[in-house]
Design a binder for this molecule. Structure first.
Ligand SMILES: Cc1cc2nc3c(=O)[nH]c(=O)nc-3n(C[C@H](O)[C@H](O)[C@H](O)COP(=O)(O)O)c2cc1C
Length: 293
């Protein structure tokens, strides 16, 4: 997730420390609020770089080189933001990136003094990967110029693992697999992009059927607890990612809140597996009788 430090100062680094401790990958956004070099270091290497294509792609490919130099071994190309979705809540609150302070924000700050004071002391969140010379990002710039040639170029220049995130259509997943993509991430961007997109948990089993049993398939969108994680595996995922609930935990309870959420997730997952007679998530087919609703 981009701009995590809007939740609380230092949120990115909290997530990086969690990744290091639990040995799970931290998704480092193109628009992260901490520089990609600091995050992979804090995560002790457990970090994947998420790439947005934008404009004519020149900046995009520069970021790929930079990620390589920083030691990233996995790139996740997100393809479900052809244009930034119209997000009424962001519009209502006057949210823009880079973050701009107007009269609405002053009212908001007054209503949330703890957040305002800590952010005042720690500095306002910035798109940290773009604070160096030669790196620019305009969030509103169209990303529709990315096509299959762009993917081929990325595949040719990136020797590490390449994941494509934001796939819901089984035919797309097969075409990506055949284009040399190492894993596909079924996701609807948490329904923040296209309100009418199919529910990713329903798309997942169709994508699994299309790509075959052995192709790595990842999943995110709407997983709230450990039972949901088991359901994602039951529908064919090999790995599940969590987004907003991690940020909510940080907002509510800081780094301690994040650790607390993680142990709840672990307990819920373990207890769900026990209820269905499985001893590990790898026994996914055993869980296939769980309803995805
Ligand atoms: C505040 C916020 C920022 C996000 N930024 C990015 C991003 O920069 N790149 C990306 O690929 N997805 C981004 N996403 C989408 C998430 O990676 C994820 O797909 C989505 O939140 C669904 O997972 P969840 O339901 O567990 O939150 C963002 C989501 C949120 C809520």
């Amino acid at each position: 997730m981009g701009m995590c430090n809007l939740s609380a100062p230092g949120a990115d680094l909290m997530l990086a420390r969690l990744a290091a401790r639990e040995q799970v990958p931290l998704g480092v956004s193109t628009v992260a609020s901490t520089a990609m070099e600091s995050l992979i270091e804090e995560a002790e290497g457990h970090a994947w770089f998420q790439l947005y294509f934008s404009g004519d792609g020149v900046g995009t490919f520069k970021l790929v080189e930079r990620a390589k130099a920083a030691g990233y071994k996995t790139i996740v190309l997100t393809v479900d933001v052809a244009e930034v979705g119209r997000r009424p809540r962001e519009l209502r609150h006057g949210f823009t990136m880079p973050f701009r302070i107007g009269p609405k924000q002053f009212l908001d700050f007054a209503a949330h003094p703890v957040w305002s004071l800590s952010t005042l002391f720690k500095g306002r969140p910035e798109m940290a990967n773009f604070q160096r010379d030669g790196y620019e990002f305009d969030r509103t710039e169209s990303r529709t110029r990315a096509d299959w040639d762009t993917l081929r170029r990325l595949r040719d220049m990136w020797p590490g693992n390449l994941v494509v995130k934001g796939v819901l259509d089984p035919d797309d997943a097969v075409a990506l697999r055949d284009a040399g993509v190492d894993a596909v991430q079924v996701s609807s961007h948490g329904a923040r992009q296209l309100e009418s997109a199919p529910a990713p948990i329903h798309a997942l089993s169709a994508v699994r059927a299309a790509v075959g049993p052995d192709y790595p398939l990842f999943f995110d969108s709407g997983l709230l607890g450990g039972e949901d994680v088991v359901k994602a595996y039951a529908q064919g995922a090999n790995f599940a990612f969590l987004g907003r609930n991690l940020q909510f935990a940080i907002t509510a309870g800081g780094e301690e809140g994040l650790s607390q959420l993680w142990s709840v997730l672990r307990d819920e997952t373990s207890i769900t597996l026990a209820q269905i007679g499985a001893t590990s998530l790898a026994q996914g087919p055993l869980a296939a009788s769980l309803s995805s609703d």
